[in-house]
Every structure is written in C-alpha cells, then in structure tokens.
Write a protein that binds this ligand. Structure first.
Ligand code: NAG
Ligand code: NAG
Ligand code: NAG
Ligand code: NAG
Ligand code: NAG
Ligand code: NAG
Ligand code: NAG
Length: 410
C-alpha cells in the first residue's frame, strides 16, 4: 500500500516535472486529543513538566522540557521512547545545568546538536553536544542573544530558531503582545545573534503572549508561526504564515473561538489549556520542517488548579490534526490556502525519523535518581515567573535584573 502510493507519487511527479507532495494547512484545524489524558506524570517529586521540544531521533522520540520543583524551574530530558504510550515510563533525567524552555535541533551544516534556552548567562543561551540523548553531556553555555525586548516586562522569553538555505533566524516573545526576530548568516551559526532585534508582530499582550514556534511546511516554500495566547477559557495558539522567514507573517487561524489549537478545536477534556510545546517535526535539523499531511503537537496541559502560576500542574499531552488539506503535488505554493478536507486521517504514533549518527559518549550517566542533590556552590538567582491571567496587569512585579540558573534540587 505504502509502496504503491510512493510509486504513484513518483510517476505523477515525474510526469509534471516536480518532486514535492504536500498538504495545505487548514485555516480551521480540527484536532483530536490522542490520548485524551496526560502522556506522563512528573517523576522525582517534581511539580510539573513543561515547555516541550521534540525531535525524531533514530526512529524514536527525543523530548526535552522545563520542570518545576516546588516553584523553581529546572529542566529534564526523557529517555528515548518509540510510542507515545511509552512516554509515561520513559526516564526523566534532570539536568545539572538547567536549560529552561529549550529548543532542540541538529545543526546539519556543522554536524552538531544544539540546545537553546532562556534564563542562562545571557537572555538566550545555547549549548552543543554530539549526543543529545545525554541530558548532562552538553557543552558550556554560549550566548545566543544578549539584547532585550523593547516592551517586554520580564525581558525576552521563549526563543526558537530556524534556518533557510542562507540565514539562521531567532524568533522570541516578550509576554508583551510582540514577536521579535533577528537573523545571521547561516555560516556564523552556532553563534550569537547579538543584542538587537526587530518587532515583527504586535497585538494585545493576551493575543500574542509567548511560546512562539516557527516551522517550514513540508513540500512548500512557506513557513508557519504559532504563538501561545491567553484566552478567557485557557491558553491557546494562533497561527501565521509567511512566504519567507524574513517576510511578513500573516494571520491564518483566528483568536480563541477559532484558534490554531485550543480548547474549542481539540475535543480535549483533561485540560483547559493547549500551552507551550512543539509540533512534531518530520526532520530533526535546523529547517524545523513539519508535514501538514500528518500533523501532531506535543503541548503542556493541566487540570484545574488554584496554585500559583509557577506551580500549576502542567503535564505533556498530544493532539493529532484531523482535517489536513488534500494531498497535492507540485509544492512551491506560497498562497495562504484555507482549504480543508473532510477526510479523517489516521496518523501513526511512532516517530518518523531522519537518522543521524549517534556519537558515543560514556562519560555521563543519563539518569539521575530521585535522591540526587545539587552540589553547586555558586550563588543562584531564583526567578519565579509571575502569574498571568487575562485580567492581570503586568506592572506589579519588577523585571528580573539579571539572569542565572534557577536553584534546583531533586
Ligand atoms: C517549597 O517552597 C516553599 C516556598 O518557597 C517553601 O516554604 C517550602 O519549604 C518548600 N518545600 C520543600 C519541600 O522544599
Ligand atoms: C514532595 O514535594 C512536596 C511539595 O513540594 C513536599 O511537601 C514533599 O515533602 C516532597 N516529598 C519528598 C519525598 O521530597
Ligand atoms: C502504540 O501504542 C498504542 C497504545 O498502546 C497502540 O495501540 C499502538 O499499536 C502502538 N503503536 C506502535 C507502532 O507500536
Ligand atoms: C550591542 O552590541 C554591540 C556590538 O555588536 C556593542 O557595540 C554594543 O555596545 C552593544 N550594546 C549593548 C547595549 O550592549
Ligand atoms: C489583534 O488581532 C486581531 C485578529 O487579527 C485583530 O482583529 C485585532 O485588531 C488586533 N488587535 C490589535 C490591538 O492589534
Ligand atoms: C510587510 O507588511 C508591511 C506593512 O503591512 C508592508 O509595508 C511591507 O511592504 C510588507 N512586506 C512584504 C515583503 O510584503
Ligand atoms: C475546570 O473548571 C471549569 C469550571 O468549573 C470546568 O468547566 C472545566 O470542565 C474544568 N476543567 C477540567 C479539565 O477539569
């Protein structure tokens, strides 16, 4: 069946002299919550699991995320797993050097894995490794971005990066209704984007809040941006598309009542929020490609809670797109099509992967016991992120005066 379909594709592609097969992203996505329950619970007595970044890795899923331990942020990776149903028992490997709100990818031009994050020594920092499965095998922190964000009350937040053939781009949010962008020649990466950025989208704070992610749409010359917003019911994502990464991002889906992904179009019952996460990519590299023909999203959701924002019981969840546009041949389209199909697709829950060479590294254990305790002696700045609701103003708490790894213990 699969072979037959591939053969048909090859024949039709040859017939019209093009190579790409693609699906348009519907302007009104409909998702299923698959399963309609958290994928995993925190280990090590942690309060929550958050801010997921995911790559396909040698046929398995590799996930990093933030953790909160009694109000204080840290980070973890998960042991490799093949099936989402195995995430519940995958190891959770706390990191000695926290990488909060991480972005994980393979930088193919230099054959190196990169993990970008916030609240390190710079506004955004990165570390590199030859073995991304080793949570504690990352190199020293390097500056990724050292500037501010013009209107952001707490500074730059929630970076992502992505490349085209020429440039590497940084996108980030500010909890301030703006999305920011900076770029550098791809040959200069890994490196710092410097201290200047451009505001590329503005709206109210609630309507462009945080957790921005940018992806290449497979088979098209078109990029997708999703941004987490604060709704009346819960957190949800808006979407925008652009014909190039340096271009204008124009709205695709709408606000809370017609979102890219939110309570209203996911049929989710276990969470009011579809919050900070990652679309499941079809490659692990700097192109951040996703395939709208079979789209899934790993996100953070939560049960109702009266806890402070930092202690909300976030857990990983998965949603699967139910109405991808029909398969088309040709690619290269940069129009913002809103076509949708009534055909429901079944999407495999096993990771699709572009295998890369896994370097051997035996000098670090990849798992920590729950009795592991910090032996760090330097002074840590503990920054508890202020809570946000649609009715909270953002003037009551001072922005952090600097950055540093949060103190953590487990
Ligand atoms: C949790 O944090 C609170 C507030 O900082 C502190 O009073 C309490 O001792 C902490 N509990 C544990 C078990 O660390
Ligand atoms: C687990 O965390 C809770 C909340 O911080 C704390 O009260 C409790 O003492 C912790 N338990 C252990 C075994 O550390
Ligand atoms: C993944 O797990 C689900 C639920 O246990 C199961 O139905 C499915 O067959 C599994 N998929 C694979 C590829 O193993
Ligand atoms: C920004 O970076 C430039 C060098 O790229 C430097 O000259 C300038 O002082 C920096 N500005 C700030 C405010 O750090
Ligand atoms: C925010 O975006 C919505 C949806 O595009 C638009 O209707 C509204 O005018 C925008 N508001 C502001 C303040 O830019
Ligand atoms: C992007 O949008 C701005 C404002 O609407 C417009 O001035 C500019 O020409 C647009 N740029 C491109 C490349 O479309
Ligand atoms: C959260 O509380 C609201 C209001 O009581 C309720 O409608 C909703 O079903 C609850 N959500 C969950 C996930 O329990």
């Amino acid at each position: 069946m699969l072979f037959q379909r591939s053969l048909n594709l090859a024949l039709s592609a040859a017939a019209v002299g093009v190579t790409a097969q693609y699906c348009d992203l519907p302007a009104s996505p409909q998702w299923a919550s698959t399963p309609d329950a958290p994928l995993a619970q925190p280990m090590h007595n942690w309060t929550s699991l958050k801010d997921f970044t995911h790559v396909p890795y040698e046929g398995e899923h590799l996930v990093y995320g933030s953790i909160v331990n009694n109000g204080t942020y840290g980070s973890t990776n998960f042991g490799l797993f093949k099936n989402w149903s195995d995430m519940a028992t995958a190891s959770q490997n706390g990191m000695d050097n926290p990488t909060v709100a991480p972005t994980l990818f393979y930088f193919a031009p230099k054959s190196i894995w990169v993990l970008c994050y916030q609240w390190g020594p710079s506004a955004f920092s990165y570390r590199t490794s030859n073995d991304p499965t080793n949570a504690n095998g990352w190199g020293a922190a390097q500056p990724l971005y050292t500037g501010g964000a013009a209107g952001a009350p707490y500074g730059p937040i929630d970076q992502t990066v992505i490349a085209d053939d020429v440039n590497m781009y940084l996108f980030f949010a500010g909890d301030d209704g703006s999305i920011y962008r900076q770029s550098m020649p791809i040959g200069n990466f890994p490196g710092s984007f410097g201290n200047v950025s451009q505001t590329i989208l503005t709206n109210t704070t609630e309507n462009l809040f945080e957790a921005v992610q940018v992806y290449k749409l497979k088979g098209q010359t078109k990029w997708l941006m999703i941004v987490e917003c604060e709704g009346a019911v819960g957190r949800y994502f808006r979407s925008f598309t652009a014909a190039n990464l340096n271009g204008n991002f124009t709205e695709l889906s709408g606000l809370e009542s017609a979102p890219f992904a939110g309570k209203t179009n996911t049929k989710i019952t276990w969470s009011e929020d579809i919050s900070h996460g990652d679309l499941i990519r079809s490659t692990n590299d700097q192109t951040f490609e996703v395939d709208p023909c079979s789209l899934q999203m790993l996100f953070q959701g939560r049960a109702n809670s009266t806890a402070d924002y930092n202690d909300l019981p976030y857990r990983p969840g998965l949603i699967t797109l139910q109405n991808p546009g029909p398969v088309q041949y040709g690619g290269g389209s940069s129009s913002s099509s809103s076509s949708s199909s009534t055909t429901l697709k079944t999407v495999t829950s096993t990771a699709t992967s572009t295998p890369t060479t896994k370097a051997t590294s035996t000098s670090h254990s990849t798992s920590h016991s729950s009795t592991h305790s910090s032996t760090h002696t330097e002074t840590h700045r503990t920054w508890h992120r202020p809570s946000h609701t649609t009715t909270t103003t953002h003037t009551s708490e001072a922005a952090p005066t600097g950055y540093g790894p949060p103190h953590y213990t487990w």
